[in-house]
Design a binder for this molecule. Structure first.
Ligand SMILES: O=C(O)CCC(=O)C(=O)O
Length: 332
């Protein structure tokens, strides 16, 4: 398990010239994220946010949320009731154990607008300072997240660079390099069939044994840089509050304009898959055995592409030193 390197109070320049181009995750420690760190107790949150605010949350009797083969329901609650339930989450009650997770959506129509923490939570906006690592004009969305203790959020990727600011409660983060995607059982989208990478049945998912998990336990105040396409699984150790900020690390026109969550695949890939579908359709006129023969020839082209395009990182950790431990020692 490679550890995720830690950087103490990196400047924006260091982040943009060294950490971000490495395309590796990193913990950024002691950045200024504002008074939320001292203020955001469950009571403060419940009392500060308007009692009229309704939120749509994930509710489950299971503490490892699965997106594919869903084991949760969406339920609408007043925000203050949600906080109370999330804090009590997992406690045995008359209705059995229930766990709660909230991923803020835009207060307007979430199908056409993106979450914007300052607009969605005006009462809390002054408490949170965006980490000063990305260019402000590239920010895509900012998402308030809150959930019960010991709750795992399914393994998935996003298509934009992201900083996850952990404000309340410790959290375990487990990430996977996009180079390991062949071992992660994606179902043609951003979610994996493996919902809990801490407990994987290798009889069902044997390739998972080849994937290297990048792990850290985040403390309150830690900011995790999650580069685009790095699969991530998060498990709160305690009642958890976080805000994450997605930004466009590539030119805007590369992204799907209909994306409001930061997880719709990039347009060049969407076009490429349409091209593959068209290419395979060309084979329809052939007998089945020849279709399969030529499909294999097409696959060989992609395999060749993968062998001639070297991975960005090989032996080094991308920060110009040999092992992540050396590097974190150098900068932390
Ligand atoms: O920590 C969480 O609750 C989930 C974080 C996440 O999925 C993200 O920042 O993209």
């Amino acid at each position: 398990m490679p550890p995720i390197p830690v950087f103490e109070n990196p400047t924006r320049e260091f982040f943009q010239t060294s950490i971000q181009p490495s395309r590796r995750p990193a913990i950024l420690r002691h950045l200024n994220i504002g008074p939320c760190l001292a203020k955001w107790s469950p009571d403060y949150l419940a009392l500060s946010v308007s009692s009229h605010k309704q939120v749509v949350v994930h509710e489950s009797t299971c503490n490892r949320l699965r997106f594919l083969n869903k084991n949760f329901v969406y339920t609408t609650l007043p925000f203050c009731d949600f906080v109370e339930k999330a804090v009590a989450g997992g406690e045995k009650s008359q209705n059995g154990r229930k766990y709660y997770y909230y991923r803020a959506l835009a207060s307007g129509d979430p199908r056409s607008s993106r979450a914007d923490f300052r607009a969605d939570f005006p009462e809390l906006a002054g408490d949170f300072v965006f980490p000063d690592v990305m260019e402000p004009e590239t920010v895509f969305s900012s998402v308030f997240r809150c959930g019960s203790a010991d709750l795992g959020l399914f393994l998935h990727y996003d298509v934009m660079d992201n900083v996850l600011c952990q404000i309340r409660g410790r959290k375990r983060a487990i990430l996977f390099d996009p180079e390991d995607v062949d071992y992660l059982y994606l179902q043609g989208g951003d979610k994996s069939l493996i919902h809990d990478p801490e407990n994987v049945d290798l009889n069902v998912f044997p390739l998972f044994a080849k994937a290297a998990s990048w792990t850290c336990d985040m403390d309150e105040g830690d900011v995790l840089f999650i580069p685009a396409m790095w699969m991530h699984y998060m498990r709160s150790i305690e009642f958890s509050v976080a805000v994450n900020v997605f930004w466009c690390n590539l030119p805007r026109e590369i992204y799907d304009a209909k994306d409001t969550y930061g997880n719709k695949d990039l347009l060049p890939y969407t076009r490429a898959t349409q091209g593959v579908d068209r290419a395979l359709k060309q084979l329809d006129v052939l007998p089945r055995d020849l279709q399969r023969f030529y499909a294999r020839m097409l696959r060989a082209k992609i395999d060749k592409f993968l062998t001639i395009t070297e991975p960005l990182r090989k032996e080094t950790n991308g920060f110009g030193c040999g092992a992540a431990e050396d590097c974190s020692a150098q900068f932390s």
